[in-house]
Design a binder for this molecule. Sequence first.
Ligand SMILES: [Zn+2]
Length: 239
Amino acid sequence: MRTQLEQLIQLQDIDNELLELQQERGNLPETVERLRAEIEETTHLLDLKQKEQLNAGKERRRIENEVELAKVSLKKYQDQLFKVTSNREYDAITTEIESAKAVVSNGESRIIELLGQEEELVQTCEELEKNLEEIKSDFDVRDAELQEKIAETSDTEATLKKNRVKIVEQLAKPVYAHYERIHVAKEDGMGVARVYNGACGGCFAAIPPQKQMEVASMEDFILCETCGRILVDPNSMEM
Ligand SMILES: [Zn+2]
């Protein structure tokens, strides 16, 4: 049991160092990820708005053509109106004139609408492009910072992780499972706590004298009843 407890202390030590490395990187990894997602979203949105703009332009040009053709027909029908010889012919041409006028009038209002939309979309795209540029340059700076930090610490981290695996292999599975559960759950990452002045070093709950003696003997696996941390003797190896 003593060996297992000593190995747990070593494990805690390694985890403390790993936590320190993570803290050195701070929230850079999250920031970089957030910026990466923002770039993706903005690029997607820009793409969407550019397509909308393209489609509005296409529709406008199609309607402009229709209006031009309708104007030509209108002129033709208006000329014919002076040459009609029967009422029936007059009515027929009048109907054609009305329908051509409708095409022109509806088309022209739709063109105005589309021009407005295109103008708005141009503005939106410009803003998105500007945003995207800013996010990208922010991303470049933060990512470079992160890569530098990772490069600085990656050797140390790799060694720590290798040593961690070795220790975990030697620990009894339930012991490691208990440690890991507390280690992950606690903000300070401490699965092991020393007993100081009769209290748990993790949560400061008082430890009864009988339990303190058991902890000091390092012969049993004693848990703090309050926080669940594995209690070890204060004079045990450096943690
Ligand atoms: Zn405790």
